[in-house]
Design a protein around this ligand. Structure first.
Ligand SMILES: [Zn+2]
Length: 366
């Protein structure tokens, strides 16, 4: 708490003495304008049964703990407005490439991604029934997504959009999940490797002159891999333009490090130009401990070169106790994260840990 209190106190003094002292230099002025402190987030699905009073109490506590933004997985004007009334930004979290809406499955099964065996996600969802991945190469898919995000951006109470599942299907799952599906993924299996639809194959051939069907080990082809990174990058570019046209922010939940993102889900987030990124540094999924949170943040921040802020996504059920939460937050902030984003039930203990950790590490701009 000490640093935060000191910061609040000194800014109060500066405010009070403003009329008595000469104006501060422009540099100092700019610094105080930009200095905002750590920015923490929460991912949540709004419960429509929450009352205004309950929300006011919850968001007051959030703000006090340093939470400055919430990603809402559903639209609820009430939740958005109460959050904003408590100086917390309200962003709309919408899944991007994984889209199983019945209307779309029925009207456009041809828009879905195909695996290396030639099976479509429309009829053969991998791992789980809700894994219905769209093909990123189709213009119709990009148009559909642009319209969908635009619907959210048009609303005056929405501060920004938050992308999730903005990637291919996991060709490799996090190691701790292998046992759940009774599979060993030490190599890229054809049933989980996407997208081998006619549109992707034709576009690849046009770009490189290569017919991917004639390549003996397509999973080992660097240009085919790069081609697929770029296909999702182009979807992100399109959605970034849509968010920019509304002068609103665009952030994304992504895989924990650029390396894991490339290897497991063909996601190339360090090459995006969005407002901020929340890598899901869920240590338990990878059988890692909390010290890994710091190394993962460091890897991401190094790849970004200060292009946009990185907020470390933390999975609350993976922490054994509040002391571990505090350590996880310290590890993230001391390695260059601009804040953290919490997933799971957020308890008073977590909030206290967040506050304590944030006060321990002096705020530094990226
Ligand atoms: Zn495709």
């Amino acid at each position: 708490m000490t640093n935060r209190r000191k910061f609040v106190k000194s800014s109060l003094v500066a405010g009070l003495s403003a009329t008595l002292l000469p104006a501060v230099s422009e540099a100092e002025n700019n610094f105080s304008k930009k200095q905002k402190g750590w920015k923490h987030w929460v991912w949540t699905n709004p419960d429509l049964k929450d009352t205004d009073a309950q929300l006011a109490e919850r968001y007051r506590k959030y703000y006090e703990a340093g939470i400055r933004g919430i990603f809402f997985e559903n639209d609820s004007e009430k939740h958005f407005r109460v959050a904003k009334a408590h100086k917390i930004e309200a962003h709309r979290w919408i899944w991007t490439m994984n889209r199983g809406e019945k209307s779309l499955l029925e009207s456009h099964p041809e828009w879905y991604a195909w695996n290396r065996k030639g099976e479509s996600c429309a009829t053969h969802p991998p791992y789980v029934n809700y894994y219905r991945w769209l093909c990123p190469s189709r213009e119709e898919v990009k148009d559909y997504l642009a319209r969908d995000y635009e619907t959210a951006l048009k609303k005056d109470y929405v501060d920004g959009i938050h992308l999730d599942y903005v990637r291919f299907c996991d060709v490799i799952l996090p190691v701790n999940l292998w046992k759940n599906y009774n599979i060993v993924q030490t190599s890229e299996l054809p049933e989980y490797d996407y997208c081998y639809c006619p549109v992707c194959k034709a576009a690849y051939k046009k770009e490189t002159g290569e017919d991917i069907d004639l390549v003996q080990y397509p999973e080992a082809s660097p240009s085919w891999r790069l081609f697929r990174y770029q296909r999702v990058n182009q979807v992100v570019e399109r959605l970034t333009k849509v968010a920019d046209s509304y002068k609103k922010s665009i952030t994304a939940a992504v895989f924990p490090t650029p390396d894991i993102a490339h290897r497991n889900v063909k996601q190339d987030w360090a090459n995006w130009n969005i407002s901020g990124v929340c890598p899901m540094i869920y240590h338990g999924f990878y059988k890692e401990n909390v010290s890994w949170i710091g190394s993962a943040v460091n890897e991401g921040v190094t790849a970004l070169h200060g292009k946009f802020p990185l907020y470390a996504g933390l999975y609350m059920p993976d922490f054994k106790n509040d002391t571990e939460v505090e350590q996880g937050v310290v590890n993230a902030l001391s390695n260059g994260a601009a804040g953290v984003s919490l997933f799971g039930n957020v308890t008073d203990g977590h909030l206290e840990a967040l506050k304590t950790a944030s006060a321990k590490i002096p705020f530094q701009k990226a």
